[in-house]
Write a protein that binds this ligand. Structure first.
Ligand code: ATP
Ligand code: MG
Length: 340
């Protein structure tokens, strides 16, 4: 069976974008793939994290996977830092990837801002660790939001360069063809890039200042309804088909969220709401968001209350992850020329 890998950083409270762009899509893949879902704590510390927050968010994200329907028996759930091969392979990839490749990453430019001399070296090298996360398991599919497309292209570039640079050694090891697979981005459907409720040109993010722009998975029902009610929109009625949303960023965002939450197409949703105003649509969206998110939030709270149980799940997941990673890492050491 093909293998998928995905991860979320414990760098803040989970929001609707993380749910729609990633977590909810983890669940059905369990039927068709071997699934590895990681809490990428080593990525989180590329910017400063209070250690106590880092721990709390690590538990919360693992709990969110499970609460949303990821089964810790079928899927491998663990936190990245427990499998040290991630760090080892990322170092090798630091030596495969080129400075210029990293410098082109738009996420780095966004996160570093004006002050790029003062951000951590880890933030710059981040995509190399991400490539290691995926290729350590030779995963062929990665369910992530649209914002990660560029990083996955870089993952493919690293895989290709490694396959090319070490062609002779890979062959000598008895491999026919490439050592690393060329990973595919699994990002289809509506709401692959959920926008801020206050600015349709910005994506919803964990690391953004809270206010009313972000719906958090742990928000209570009243707060979710209030945030949607106050979401910025234009004054026009909803169009009757998807093409009518062109150029209406905020409208496109809210309708896309509705479609994703209800597992319907955008056209189908507009078939119902086309011609109506926001006064009708927003309360319906609020109710739908609460109906989907509230039971998950309740289950998350129940799960994080038992840290002993969460520790056992993460430890068990790490063991299973290591069992896959170690033979692959042994081959890589061999290929590169490291003696054991
Ligand atoms: P940060 O601001 O710390 O980068 P984030 O909200 O971007 O946090 P990540 O941990 O970087 O979250 O990403 C976790 C997953 O959530 C990735 O698959 C990413 O593509 C997805 N994701 C993040 N934001 C959105 C969004 N607004 N819409 C859809 N998917 C998203
Ligand atoms: Mg992000």
């Amino acid at each position: 069976t093909p293998r998928v890998f995905s991860g979320i950083k414990p760098s803040g409270d989970l929001h609707l974008g993380n749910y729609l762009g990633a977590i909810r899509r983890f669940v059905p893949l369990q039927d068709t793939h071997e699934t590895i879902y990681c809490v990428v704590d080593m990525h989180a510390i590329t910017v400063w994290q209070e250690p106590e927050d880092l721990k709390r968010w690590t538990y919360e994200i693992a709990a969110a996977y499970i609460a949303a329907g990821v089964d810790p028996k079928r899927s491998i759930i663990f936190n990245q830092s427990q499998v040290m091969e991630h760090a080892e392979l990322s170092w090798i990839f630091n030596c495969v990837a080129r400075m210029g490749w990293m410098a082109r990453m738009t996420q780095f430019k966004d996160k570093a801002g004006e002050n790029s001399e003062n951000v951590s070296l880890g933030l710059f090298a981040y995509p190399s660790l991400m490539a290691a996360d995926i290729l350590l398991y030779k995963a062929t599919g990665v369910p992530v939001g649209e914002d990660q497309k560029q990083h996955l292209e870089l993952t493919r570039d690293i895989a290709k360069k490694f396959n090319h640079d070490f062609k002779k050694q890979i062959k000598a090891l008895g491999h026919k063809g490439d050592f690393f697979p060329i990973t595919e981005t699994l990002a289809t459907g509506p709401a692959m890039r959920v926008k801020s409720l206050k600015d349709g040109s910005k994506k919803m993010s964990k690391s953004d200042a809270s206010d009313l722009s972000t719906i958090y998975m742990m928000d209570d029902a009243d707060l979710i309804a209030k945030k949607i009610k106050r979401a910025t929109t234009d004054a026009d009625a909803l169009p009757s088909e998807a093409a009518g949303l062109a150029g209406r960023l905020e409208a496109e965002n809210l309708v896309g969220i509705y479609a994703a939450l209800s597992n319907r197409s955008v056209d189908d949703v507009l078939g119902e709401f086309g011609g109506q105003g926001w006064g009708k649509f927003k309360p319906a969206l609020g109710d739908l968001a609460v109906a989907v998110l509230s039971p998950i939030a309740e289950e998350m709270k129940r799960l994080v209350a038992d840290r002993g149980e969460m520790d056992a799940i993460l430890r068990g997941g790490a063991e299973r992850a290591r069992a896959i990673a170690q033979p692959i890492m042994a081959d890589i050491r061999n290929i590169v020329g490291f003696i054991r």
